[in-house]
Write a protein that binds this ligand. Structure first.
Ligand SMILES: O=C(O)CCC(=O)C(=O)O
Ligand SMILES: [Fe+2]
Length: 509
């Protein structure tokens, strides 16, 4: 016997769960609807309740949950099977539909999953089975072991492949549709009302993807032939079969040298290889015992405010200077900052020429907190000043920025200082960013480290610690060694506060 939904303990504090809780209310009232509807909500509830909030940090659960709420629920509610006695249910569903994840959320979740798969070199077959496996020279290694295993269905794999396909990303469509085809084949034409895809759809899309990604006409032909056997009246597919046969029969046809689909470098990142290996490992920086200049100490910066409670300082690197201050913020302060920022979070933007824009290479949400919002902000500002000697008030600095990276959220390699005179920083006459002070407000379960690309090391997320580095040399020139990145969050929810100080020069100088 399943436990009643109403008696189950509700999880708290997760953005993704709000619409689910409302759905539960609707469902409770129409619990006598078709079994399939009840099953779907039970399934989601079970998964969520079993692992609580921890489980929702699993990217596979996040994707399947968003897919259920965005796509599968709609398919069930508007299905023929659900038409009897469900008009009232439909009305309620339409009332809350606005709050449910949108198609763009589903696309974002799928693309986040593909990003994680690329950066952490995860096997697609493993992901489908709920495992986070990475190919190594000696076999496979487990990158992360989830507390509950979420397997992906044929339709889940189809949906990820289809999202890649619609973007013209045939590399990912091939690898995900391969899984979808093999799972749909095993289902022997059993169709679920909530499903969007089918074996026919998957064969159709994979045939064209193979043709597009590596000119693999033989694969395109064999998938099209399989489809034609199932759907013999499909004239379009029959024409495709003829087309592929003709190409292969041409005297001038030569098999492409490399039929392995090649991964696209969408953001044209030159340092991608180093960046990804730093996200997977922690790099090869010397250890403290190998370099006596990298040591831990208590720091007061000669400030009377820190004499009684010095800060635990760990020097991580000297080229560039990077320092980690442990326990910089308390648990309660971190919680409070997250609460203050939450209502104001919006998609993060970056300087793009003279403007600001949302870009694929930075995926997170952020909010700016002025000192007037709460006395805690001023308290933190002062603590930063006591420790670093830097003035962190306007116009010598920006406002505190709180950043939240969800699953797959990242910030590809970049400099915090402006490298072009057209940067908005110069237009505001605030000077360039001298230093960055970044506080980790949360731990993550896997991924999310801060990677210093040229310096070849990465810093794992240490909850409540603060990372500090100088972006500029003493002469005001940008320090190229500071190229750094926020690796994608594999499992968890990463929160940071960042503060950049400027070398603002008053105009009367
Ligand atoms: O999140 C991180 O680890 C790095 C963030 C970062 O580089 C930035 O916000 O400028
Ligand atoms: Fe940065």
């Amino acid at each position: 016997m399943r436990q009643s939904i109403c008696s189950q303990q509700r999880p708290i504090n997760s953005n993704v769960l709000h619409p689910l809780l409302e759905l539960e209310d609707v469902i409770r009232r129409y619990i006598k609807c078709k079994d399939i509807i009840i099953l779907t909500i039970y399934e989601v509830s079970d998964q969520v309740h079993l692992g609580g909030i921890v489980a929702i940090s699993n990217p596979l659960l996040a994707f399947t949950l968003i897919k259920r709420l965005q796509l599968e629920w709609r398919n069930v509610v508007y299905s023929e099977e659900a038409t009897e006695n469900t008009q009232a249910f439909k009305d309620d569903y339409e009332k809350i539909e606005e709050k449910l994840p949108k198609a763009e959320d589903l696309e974002g979740a799928a693309r986040g999953l593909m990003r994680l798969q690329d950066v952490y070199d995860l096997s697609t077959k493993g992901l489908v089975k709920g495992q986070f496996l990475q190919a190594t020279r000696d076999g496979v290694s487990t990158v992360y072991r989830p507390s509950i295993s979420i397997t992906l269905s044929a339709d889940d794999s189809f949906q990820i492949g289809k999202i890649a396909y619609d973007k013209g990303d045939y590399y990912h469509s091939v690898i995900w549709l391969e899984e979808a085809v093999s799972l749909f084949r095993k289902k022997l034409r059993i169709w679920n009302v909530e499903d969007e895809g089918s074996l026919e759809e998957a064969l159709d899309h994979i045939a064209f993807s193979h043709y597009m990604v590596s000119g693999n006409t033989r694969h395109a032909l064999s998938f099209s032939e399989e489809l034609l056997q199932i759907d013999s009246n499909n004239r379009r597919v029959a024409r495709n079969v003829l087309k592929y046969e003709k190409i292969l029969a041409e005297a001038s046809y030569t098999e492409p040298n490399n039929l392995e689909p090649r991964r696209p470098n969408e953001t044209h990142l030159l340092t991608r290889k180093t960046y990804e290996s730093l996200c997977q490992t922690l790099g090869s920086q010397p250890k403290h015992y190998q370099n006596s200049n990298l040591y831990c100490s208590y720091e007061t910066n000669l400030s009377p405010h820190l004499i009684l409670q010095p800060m635990k300082r760990e020097i991580l690197s000297q080229k560039p200077d990077v320092i980690l201050y442990h326990n910089f913020i308390s648990e309660a302060e971190g919680q409070k900052i997250k609460q203050l920022a939450s209502p104001w979070l919006q998609r993060s933007v970056v300087a793009s020429g003279e403007n600001q824009a949302a870009v694929d290479y930075r995926i997170s949400k952020s909010a700016w907190l002025k000192e007037t919002v709460d006395p805690l902000i001023e308290k933190l500002d002062q603590r930063i000043t006591h420790l670093t000697g830097l003035n962190v008030h306007q116009p010598y600095a920006e406002y505190l920025q709180v950043v939240n990276y969800g699953i797959g959220g990242h910030y590809e390699p970049h400099f915090d200082h402006a490298t072009s005179p057209n940067s908005p920083l110069y237009r505001m006459k605030s000077g360039n960013r001298v230093a960055t002070f970044m506080i980790y407000l949360s731990a993550v379960e896997a991924g999310g480290s801060t990677a210093f690309i040229y310096a070849n090391f990465s810093v794992p997320v240490v909850k409540n610690a603060a990372l500090f580095w100088w972006n500029l040399h003493r002469n005001g020139q940008g320090n190229k060694d500071t190229l750094h990145a926020g690796c994608p969050v594999l499992v968890g929810d990463k929160w940071v506060i960042r503060q950049s100080t400027n070398n603002w020069v008053p105009t009367y100088y």
